[in-house]
Design a protein around this ligand. Structure first.
Ligand SMILES: Cc1ncc(COP(=O)(O)O)c(C=O)c1O
Length: 686
């Protein structure tokens, strides 16, 4: 019996996709690369804290904590952590599921449609989507001024009559910059008499380096009453997975944000809160908080000492546990820092976060997380040192003990926009030898070799049933082993690895349970094999009598692209192909044995699918004549998101290698300009 789910409504967050942090961590895991990308420490959570939490569990703190948070924990926050600010633990402090949940509650409580939210650019990735979810308008201010300090004047001048919220983050993620006293004074001046609030994200609070002073708005006499300050125990005690954070704010706004918190999180981690509350009163906890900044400063220094003499450029982080390093000297021609970060993860075994993902106003650079044990840091250093720079021209002046600042504000020097992220595709339209897998594999092997030697590509697409032709007898199907592999899947993975290019195409297979499928594989150089079983079987030719229909739509997330897998007759069923987010796919692959009499339908429908789904389309048809006398004219096509042909094999039925470079940034800009996908109907599949 088939179960049909309800239709998705229009997305409330149509522009939100997988974060770069998730992507790079997944890529690091799949390549076995060292992950200094995502911002989590690998330092040990203090033993005494772990013991206190375990004890709290033993002592029965296992039911709901109070909605506002454990009372002792709130009292510690009021009288010790935020000492001097006079917060009332009962009415002004709220504990939530990490800083994220209370930031969300605060923004949702404060924002009305049309309000303006001023944010620093680049910045932590939560603020903008939450502002947009609340239908607020985001005003981005370049983070730094021409002296490389936080851009106080820019921030102050962005405040206007509709400003409801200004978001600050210090120490700053990703740059490690700190607010300055001047900046807070300038904000106090401009906010005077307005109804704008200041949301101060201070999750890296005590991690301030080089003996600096980091001024905070909740201690500023003219800002205290309009400030909400968020913190995170996960960051302070190396336990990000516990997700316990807090927000301190004046009573009136606390009452409002608790209304959101009450129906979102309500209450969180009772034994962890109780354990924290008892541990935090110990001398050991006091010492930990006093020294955590120095611990990270030493790690920053270890990292930067390790990189001396290389072609990286940097300004040492002033706080927090991230260091941005400039990578201009390491870019290959046409590469963005995103391309470079992915290449390093795959080829050099080290994963970082490209700064291009934080915004455009930035030199090519990557973010390194130095919240790591020294052994991990040393490994990261030696992996980074082993990478050879590409252009040596500018290295000389970048390598002294004092380093050129990597980043500049947009108005001091023109920003360098990241290069577009491109995917080079080769589509191989070939005649097939009837039911002869070995000879078809050998033939394709030679064609792939020749095509990629002529010009490299990241993706090679082969036709439907490329080892047999459109064979309607189950004996033609390859038997899969218990791991779901056959000779051809292993061959595809091997070809992908050797050429560092993904390989896609469909093959007739039989499972160990005896079910036959027309199965499309997408084999990656990283060793992943994605499978899609053709859903729409071609009943006219009796395909449904031989093969079992697939039930799932399959989208592959690979190297920053989302790729939909489709086979031949699927092309006629637009509901199944429909691109209805929340993360729209970028590219649809259609592999086919589409015969000559209906070639016009093939060409028209490919174009329609590209236009209506605002995606790139690669349609690869076989060429030649099969054993049943059906002729195939080819007509393979590569189309852009407006349905324009980037490559067209034409209908002469010859063997051809089609090529195109697909630029994702163009696609994103096109969809932003014409956001038609947001208006699409949501079709369920039955
Ligand atoms: C600036 C900033 N704010 C908030 C958070 C979220 O903190 P939590 O894990 O406590 O939700 C992070 C986490 O990386 C962060 O970097």
């Amino acid at each position: 019996m088939k179960h049909v789910g309800p239709r998705l409504p229009r997305s409330n967050m149509p522009h939100v996709g997988t974060t770069i942090f998730t992507e790079m961590s997944a890529l690091a895991a799949s390549c076995g690369a060292l992950n200094i990308a995502q911002g989590f420490p690998d330092l040990e959570t203090p033993v005494a804290l772990r013991a206190a939490v375990a004890l709290a569990m033993e002592r029965g703190h296992n039911q709901y904590a109070p909605m506002a948070g454990n009372r002792d924990l709130r009292a510690w926050l009021a009288d010790t952590y935020h000492v001097g600010a006079g917060y009332d633990p009962d009415t002004e402090i709220t504990v939530g599921a990490g800083a994220s949940s209370v930031l969300f509650a605060a923004m949702t409580a404060l924002l009305q449609p049309g309000d303006e939210v001023v944010v620093q650019d680049p910045g932590y990735d939560l603020y903008i989507p939450v502002a947009e979810l609340n239908h607020a308008h985001v005003v981005r201010v370049p983070l730094l001024d021409s002296d490389g300090a936080m851009n106080a004047a820019g921030l102050a001048s962005a405040v206007g009559p509709r400003t409801r919220l200004v978001v600050l983050n210090s120490p700053h993620n990703p740059t490690g910059q700190l607010t300055t006293p001047d900046m807070l004074d300038a904000l106090a001046d401009v906010l005077e008499g307005t109804d704008a609030w200041l949301l101060s994200d201070e999750v890296y609070g005590p991690m301030v380096h080089d003996g600096r002073d980091a001024p905070v708005p909740w201690k500023h006499p003219r800002l205290r009453n309009r400030t909400l300050v968020a913190g995170s125990f996960g960051k302070l005690f190396h336990c990000t997975g516990w997700k316990i954070g807090w927000i301190a704010a004046p009573a009136a706004v606390t009452a409002e944000l608790r209304k959101v918190h009450q129906y979102d999180v309500f209450s969180t981690g009772a034994p962890i809160q109780a354990g924290l509350a008892s541990y935090l009163r110990t001398p050991e906890a006091h010492v930990h908080l006093e020294t955590v900044g120095a611990v990270y400063e030493a790690k920053r220094d270890r990292l930067l000492r390790g990189l001396e003499g290389t072609a990286f450029t940097w300004t040492p982080a002033q706080g927090g546990y991230f260091q941005v390093v400039g990578v201009r000297n390491y870019l290959k021609p046409g590469e963005s820092d995103g391309d470079l970060a992915r290449r390093w993860t795959r080829e050099n075994g080290v994963a970082t976060i490209p700064m291009g993902s934080f915004g455009n106003a930035w030199e090519p650079a990557v973010r390194l997380c130095f919240a790591k044990e020294d052994a991990t840091l040393d490994r990261a250093i030696s992996l980074l040192r082993a990478i050879s720079p590409e252009g040596l021209a500018s290295i000389g002046h970048a390598n002294g003990p004092f380093h050129e600042p990597t980043h500049r504000p947009t108005h001091a020097s023109p920003p360098t926009a990241p290069e577009p992220s491109a995917l080079r595709v080769v589509a191989l339209q070939e005649p097939l030898v009837w039911q002869a897998p070995a000879s078809n594999r050998t033939h394709f092997e030679a064609r792939i070799q020749a095509a990629l030697a002529a010009e490299p590509a990241e993706l090679v697409v082969l036709p439907e049933m490329f080892t047999t032709g459109f064979a309607m007898n189950p004996e033609a199907a390859e038997e899969l082993d218990a791991e779901g592999h056959s000779m051809t899947s292993r061959w595809m993975l091997d070809v992908a690895r050797r050429h560092n290019a993904a390989v896609a195409g469909s093959v007739a297979v039989t499972t160990p349970e005896g079910h036959a499928h027309n199965r499309m594989w997408f084999a990656t150089p990283e060793g992943d094999l994605h499978a899609y079983d053709k859903r729409h079987l071609f009943t006219l030719a009796g395909e449904d009598r031989v093969y079992n229909a697939g039930t799932e739509r399959v989208e592959v997330a690979w190297r920053g692209w989302r790729i939909l897998l489709q086979i031949c007759y699927d092309l006629r069923f637009p509901g199944f192909v429909r691109n209805h987010g929340p993360q729209p796919y970028d590219l649809a692959l259609f592999v086919a044995n589409w015969p000559e009499p209906r070639r016009d339908a093939w060409r028209t429908l490919l174009k329609a699918r590209a236009i209506e789904n605002q995606c790139f389309v690669v349609g690869v048809n076989r060429a030649g004549t099969d054993a049943n006398g059906h002729r195939y004219t080819g007509d393979s096509l590569i189309l852009d998101h407006a349905g324009m042909a980037l490559a067209d094999a034409g209908g002469d039925g010859e063997s051809k290698a089609l090529r195109a470079t697909l630029v994702r940034d163009d696609l994103v800009a096109f969809r932003r300009k014409l956001p038609f996908l947001d208006d699409a109907d949501r079709f369920g599949v039955r």
